[in-house]
Design a protein around this ligand. Structure first.
Ligand code: ADP
Ligand code: GLC
Length: 497
């Protein structure tokens, strides 16, 4: 249990549950630190302080060790306030970087009023990254590993190389960059580099900071971190192809030797039907009565009447973004509505999908119900109350909802891509845990759903399938050990602790 004893790790990210969560990034940065801590590491997390850090369900206090400092952005100086809290049920230090100018507002990336990204996201996140590096440099003792997540922490390795290469506390550290979603790269005008304090001479065609005449935070992270990871083995392969590399496949192929696919785990403290306080009745693989109660409750709260026949309830919980396959759902809808099933959708995101789902629900009121919003408790109830979970993502780096579904005995139906391919084993009547379709088409999706409905009609076989799905282990322990191996690789090379 002392594999990581003494190792000091700091994570830099835009989200960490329970403080800030838009999608799975928040779950991962909320859970992985605690899993690493269980293996003996000392872990800290740095995120922005959205809204008021001293208010809400998880208030923080002004940090005593580092109360705050000025950050220069180009020619302007902006104060950063630092708030500190300890993550629930752990010793993980969480530092939140406050700024009246950049973070004293409700949204994480998007303005809730417009559903569009804030116009000053470049300044907001360059400020955050510079403040995060400044904070890490001030905290003692120094960290061995600086683990940066996604584009909003992508410039961190570059900022360290450029401005802190003589600061022993930072120069010694290993940097690790994790790609959670290659589609969100953080591409901004060249001015971003000036704000970050990176010399203009670093910007030339093909440099880590240059991407078609602009600055790309994700590219810089991939190119400059000591090691790069992404959140499933299949996605690690996919991103190296021109089809799925979103313009960065070449950069990723160059880092092939240092690129690792590590599947996400589940935080069983939060997602466990045996103990979940957010669902109306609890259940386990051996005592399933509670699941029926959850289904009844869910149908009622979505305004779908319970049917006399045993028909499956299919659920979706998702950001409403192009990635998530709602175009396929819309295309399949007229045929889907003729199948013996009901569908509930919980989601929020792009306006066009809000409109589309509202329209579908209005057209098929006894078949489909939607809740447009972000509601964590309802997400738990959808996982618990459904029979099937639909995830037709166009691409999916890992995906957490299919893992939650497996745990809650809600059989996933997924597009066979990325982490979905790695976690859902096709059911063949005896083995397997779910249904997956290889082609990204409405026809393929419908075929997989039909297979699932057919399987559902065999009550005894279905029970066995559900039990098998529920007893699969997706805890963080094994994945945290893989991250340790990546951190340690630096050690073997003599660079880290
Ligand atoms: P992604 O990170 O691409 O959004 P994941 O499947 O990895 O996809 O993680 C999504 C996370 O966000 C899950 O924890 C899911 O329950 C949660 N989530 C997504 N949309 C909503 C919503 N509308 N309300 C509550 N939780 C949501
Ligand atoms: C991203 C991906 C998702 C992944 C999550 C956490 O948002 O879209 O597939 O599970 O990050 O790694």
């Amino acid at each position: 249990m002392d594999d990581a004893k003494g190792l000091r790790i700091v994570m830099v990210a835009a989200e960490a549950a329970p403080y800030a969560k838009v999608g799975g990034l928040g779950d991962v940065v909320g859970a992985l630190p605690r899993a690493l801590e269980k293996l003996g590491a000392r872990v800290a997390v740095v995120i922005p302080a959205y809204g008021d850090a001293t208010a809400g369900a998880h208030p923080a206090a002004p940090c005593r060790e580092v109360p705050g400092f000025d950050v220069t952005l180009g020619g302007v100086t902006e104060p950063a306030g630092i708030f500190h809290a300890v993550m629930p049920e752990s010793g993980v230090d969480v530092y939140r970087v406050a700024s009246r100018r950049y973070f004293a507002r409700a949204g994480v990336y998007d303005d809730p009023a417009t559903r569009e990204g804030y116009p000053d996201n470049m300044e907001r996140f360059v400020f955050f990254m510079k403040a995060a590096v400044g904070l890490v440099a001030r905290l003692t003792p120094p960290f061995d590993v600086i683990h940066c997540h996604d584009s909003h922490a992508g410039l961190v390795p570059g900022v360290i190389l450029e401005n802190y290469d003589r600061v022993p506390a930072l120069a010694r550290a290993r940097t690790v960059f994790t790609i959670h979603n290659l589609a969100y790269q953080g591409v901004f005008p060249r001015e971003a580099l000036a704000l970050a304090g990176i010399a203009p001479r670093r910007f030339y065609p093909g440099s880590p900071f240059e991407f078609w005449g602009k600055v790309n935070f994700m590219k810089a992270g991939i190119a400059l971190a000591h090691a790069v990871t992404t959140v499933s083995p299949t996605y690690a392969e996919e991103v190296q192809t021109p089809e799925m590399g979103v313009g960065l496949d070449g950069v990723l192929r160059e880092r092939k030797a240092d690129l690792h696919g590590i599947i996400n785990g589940i935080d069983y403290g939060e997602w466990n039907p045996v103990s979940d306080p957010l669902i109306p009745a609890r259940f386990s693989a051996l005592r399933m009565e509670g699941k029926a109660a959850c289904k009844k409750d869910l149908l009622e709260s979505f305004g779908l009447g319970a049917t006399a026949k045993r028909i499956p309830l299919v659920g979706m919980v998702s950001r409403l973004a192009d990635q998530k396959g709602f175009d396929l759902v819309a295309e399949a809808m007229p045929r889907l509505a003729r199948l013996d099933m009901q569908l509930v959708v919980l989601g929020t995101g792009q306006q066009k999908y809000h409109d589309m789902l509202r329209d579908i629900a209005a057209r098929y009121p006894d078949r489909v119900a939607v809740h447009l919003g972000f509601d964590n408790a309802l997400a738990h109830r959808v996982e618990a109350g459904c029979d099937l979970f639909l995830m037709p993502s166009r691409y999916e780096p890992c995906g957490l909802n299919q893992l939650y579904s497996l745990r809650y005995g809600t059989i996933p139906v997924v597009h066979r891509t990325g982490g979905l391919a790695d976690t859902v084993v096709p059911y063949d009547g005896e083995r397997g845990t779910g249904f997956s379709f290889p082609d990204y088409t409405a026809d393929a999706l419908l075929r997989a759903l039909q297979d699932a409905l057919h399987a559902y009609s065999d009550v005894a076989a279905w029970k066995r399938l559900v039990r098998r799905a529920m007893t699969r282990n997706w805890s963080w322990d094994a994945s945290a050990r893989r991250y340790l191996a990546v951190y340690r690789k630096g050690c073997d090379e003599g660079a880290a602790w």
